[in-house]
Ligand binder design. Structure first.
Ligand code: 5GP
Ligand code: ZN
Length: 110
């Protein structure tokens, strides 16, 4: 999608620190980290939000979740938090589905 910052990162049109790539997914460091480790995982195909998750096939969904877990493992993490902000009221500011992987100095939640 032309005006999507994450599509531009995926296309290599704007720089990002890439952590992992594969299975139609890309992981890169958040430009403004909210924890010691803060990595974003995105599908290469533009999907606006988690609300649209059912546009993925069951296999794609499984691959995506596996990629999030594999990326965290590749970062050497055992304990971490995965967040998907959904819609403006849920804190979403970039409208390309992304999974936050956060670790270290995390505030208590829930
Ligand atoms: P959201 O608030 O939509 O759940 O998360 C968007 C995240 O994208 C934020 O944590 C923000 O710091 C990050 N972000 C926004 N623009 C860029 C960018 O150009 N590059 C990178 N690497 N991260 C970005
Ligand atoms: Zn996009």
């Amino acid at each position: 999608m032309t005006n999507c910052i994450f599509c531009k990162i995926i296309a290599g049109e704007i720089p990002a620190t890439i952590v992992a790539r594969g299975a139609g997914m890309l992981a890169f460091e958040d430009v403004a980290p909210k924890a010691d480790v803060h990595v974003l995982v995105v599908p290469e195909r533009h999907i606006e939000s988690f609300r649209d998750i059912e546009t993925l096939t069951p296999d794609e969904s499984k691959e995506m979740l596996g990629f999030v877990a594999t990326t965290a493992r590749g970062l050497g993490l055992e304990d971490y938090r995965v967040i998907v902000n959904t819609g403006p009221g849920g804190g979403q500011t970039v409208f390309h589905l992304h999974w936050h992987i956060l670790a270290g100095n995390l505030p208590a939640f829930g």
